[in-house]
Each structure stands twice: as C-alpha cells, then as structure tokens.
Design a protein around this ligand. Structure first.
Ligand code: SF4
Length: 263
C-alpha cells in the first residue's frame, strides 16, 4: 500500500476542471473498474448522476442509505431509477430500526448533539459497512450549493472510507442542472415540486420558502447549528493534509504516471 494525499490530486483536479461530468464518469470506471460505486440520496443532482450512468452504460452501482425514516417519494424514486434506467441499486440500512434506537437512546434528532449521533448511526455507519469494497465513490456535490460545498474539489480523499470521492457535477450550476433534467426528462423526486429544495429524512426535512436558503429546510427545528449529516467528507472537518492508503499501481493509474517495468 502507498499513501495518496489530497495535495497529490491537485494537478489532476486542475486538469479535470475542463472535463465534462460524463467524461469524469468514464474515467472513474476505466481507472477503478468494479471498485467504484456512486452514492445518491435520490435528490435532483443524484438522479442526474444516475441518468448519466445509465446513458453511458458504464455499469456503476448506486448506493442508497435508507435510514428507515425516508419519505415514501424518495423510496419510489430509487425504485423507478432501478427499473427504468437499469441502475444496480445497493440499499444500506442502519443496525437499529428507528423504534429500537428511540427505545435505547430516546428521540435523538431533537437536539444538536443528538442529531450528530443519530446521523452517525443511521447514515455514516451504514456506509462504513462497505468501506474496503470501493476505492472510489461518485457523489453529486456541486459548488453552487454554497456553504462548505462552495469549494468542493472534483476529486477528494475520504479518510473514513479510505477512498476517493469523485464529484463529476462539482462545476455544474443550478441552471445547467435544471436544463439537463428538462432536456432528458430525468426522473425526479416528486418532493422537489412540493417545495423541498433538498431532501433527507422525513423527521428532519421540511420545504423551504422561495426567499430562504436552499438548506433552510434541513434540521429546521434545531436552528442554524446543524447543516450537514457528515456522510460527505467535504461537510466534515478534515485534517489539513488528509491521506488514504491505496495500492501503488492504482495510485499510478489515477495520477496517470508511467508504471516502472520490472525485468
Ligand atoms: S436526518 Fe434526522 S432522523 Fe435522519 S439520521 Fe439525521 S438526525 Fe436522524
């Protein structure tokens, strides 16, 4: 194994600013083969990634973390993407049902500290179960979402998953995303049309008013303290020089280096 740091990815990230999302998906499949998956919460950008995967016929599975308290519309969106786009969906679940968790720990999501614990148990831990199975995870973060995501790189090392996060839509703005959805009639989570600009668990997500920030509907009951669940490394506090361990040969392929010949 060899170390790959975020700094090692700087030049590649620079070059990738010129690539299209579809080219980045193709690159991900070529480099990582069966050790790449996408992750989607069945929101607008995630469904666009699913559509692009289907169009490119790259056979990349899509991971969905079902916290057990998702909206029915979100589950139906997942099922439609699987049946109509032929997406290979992998659904992950938390260890405890929400009822078991409440019995054991009380209603956690009502306080800022409890929310972190609840998101950890219901979102982060289920994803961690597949750590080691994938060297790359394709997400759908975009810089135009603002907040922590405003500086989201295309490639980012994820220390917790020991994998590279690939954000092929990082440079796609809201208008371009909406145009893609309209042009290709991409399957959408119906909740967007009901005023939900972003969508998470039914316990912690509400619609937003037109003059509110997009993420105002997430954890509204907690005030301004809780904005992210921590499933994306971009939303977490990471070390200054985060690094992951991957086979040297894979790092060479990622960085486009010539591999030494052994005679
Ligand atoms: S969004 Fe709310 S209900 Fe869902 S895992 Fe986080 S705290 Fe728990």
């Amino acid at each position: 194994m060899a170390r790959l740091t975020q700094a090692d990815l700087a030049d590649l990230n620079q070059t990738f600013e010129e690539r299209t999302p579809q080219e980045l998906l193709q690159w991900s499949k070529e480099i990582f083969g069966d050790r790449v998956a996408a992750i989607s919460a069945m929101q607008e950008a995630g469904t666009v990634v699913c559509h692009m995967i289907s169009q490119a016929q790259v056979d990349i599975p899509v991971i969905f973390v079902d916290t057990g308290v998702m909206f029915q519309e979100t589950l139906e969106t997942r099922d439609r993407l699987a049946s109509e786009y032929g997406i290979r969906m992998i659904t992950l679940h938390p260890e405890l049902t929400m009822e078991q968790q409440t019995e054991k720990h009380g209603i956690l999501y009502l306080t800022p500290e409890g929310q972190k614990e609840c998101c950890h148990m219901r979102k982060v831990e289920p994803l961690r179960k597949v750590a080691g199975q994938y060297d790359a995870l394709i997400g759908s973060l975009r810089r135009s979402e603002g907040g922590r995501r405003a500086t989201c790189p295309i490639l980012m090392v994820d220390v917790e998953m020991n994998a590279i996060r690939v954000n092929p839509l990082a440079m796609v703005d809201d208008e371009t995303l909406d145009e893609y959805v309209a042009e290709h009639k991409v399957i959408q989570n119906p909740l967007h049309a009901q005023g939900f600009s972003t969508i998470g668990c039914n316990r912690c997500t509400t619609p937003v008013l037109p003059n509110e920030p997009k993420r105002a509907g997430r954890w509204r009951h907690l005030g301004p303290w809780s904005v992210y669940c921590g499933i994306n490394p971009q939303d977490r506090d990471q070390a200054n020089s985060p690094a992951i361990d991957l086979p040297q040969e894979l790092i060479d392929r990622i960085l486009g280096r010539m591999t030494d010949l052994v005679i």
